[in-house]
Design a binder for this molecule. Structure first.
Ligand code: HPA
Length: 241
């Protein structure tokens, strides 16, 4: 059954979906890690692919899907809801980028976002009178962390899911640093809430692509792509945990 935003049938998606923001990255990711990747939807240019995991190791040959989320919480909220509710998906792993906030992290590091603060009002509406806790699936986070081994470049902690890319709220960045927030991105809080609503699992694995307090350290798009591969390994472990 097709949904308003996904033109696929039940069974077209694997139970685990890796979800980058960018549709082009979804395509490259599908080409690089899936065998026999089949395009299963491309409504609004948001392409989704299903194949079997082609990487080396114990997960090789297992069904896996890759689909883009687009940017921002409304967008990922729509795709995550339709995948969980109508397409038999059990796990979504967002594989994206973040702006570094904490002095602990640098460009090129990987953040496993175990919890997501948010500037969005989306989660305020979920449980009346309650500040919703947007948290990752612990089993998936543990699997990603285990796959990281003793890498000094992988951090676990909170991120802030922001509605604004270009509008800094005065004082907010300092307060975030003081509260140990590792990075800023734009999707995790919505993904975690939608997963909670449907009793499913979600995780966010982010590569730090720029740093709000360490200027001049941004990555080129080629560097971004290479470093991304490290984050992808952790996401695959979470998909099959
Ligand atoms: N803000 C929001 N999202 C981001 C950023 C940022 O600075 N960098 C990468 N994703």
């Amino acid at each position: 059954m097709a949904t308003p935003h996904i033109a696929a049938q039940l069974g077209d998606f694997a139970t685990a979906v890796l979800m980058p923001g960018d549709p082009k990255r979804a395509e490259r990711m599908a080409q690089s890690i899936l065998a026999d990747a089949k395009l299963v939807t491309s409504v609004r240019g948001i392409s989704g692919f299903t194949g079997t995991y082609a990487g080396e190791g114990e997960y090789r040959g297992r069904p896996l899907s890759v689909m883009a989320s687009g940017m921002g919480m409304p967008s990922i909220g729509i795709y995550a809801t339709e995948l969980f509710r109508f397409f038999g998906v059990e796990r979504i792993i967002r594989v994206g980028t973040a702006g570094g906030i904490s002095p602990m992290v640098s460009v090129g590091d990987v953040i496993i976002g175990v919890g997501a603060h948010t500037t969005s009002s989306m989660n305020e509406l979920r449980i009346p009178g309650t500040h919703f806790s947007a948290v990752a699936d612990l089993k998936m986070a543990a699997a990603a962390l285990a796959a990281a081994g003793d890498s000094p470049n992988v951090y676990t902690g909170t991120v802030i899911s922001s509605d604004h890319f270009y509008f800094p709220i005065p004082g907010q960045l300092d307060a975030m640093v003081e509260h140990g927030v590792l990075g800023v991105e734009m999707e995790a809080a919505s993904l975690y809430a939608v997963a909670a609503e449907h009793g499913k699992g979600a995780l966010t694995v982010l590569t730090v692509s720029d740093h709000l307090r360490k200027k001049g350290t941004d990555m080129s798009s080629e560097e971004r792509e290479t470093i991304f591969q490290g984050a992808l390994k952790l996401a695959v472990a979470a998909a099959f945990a």
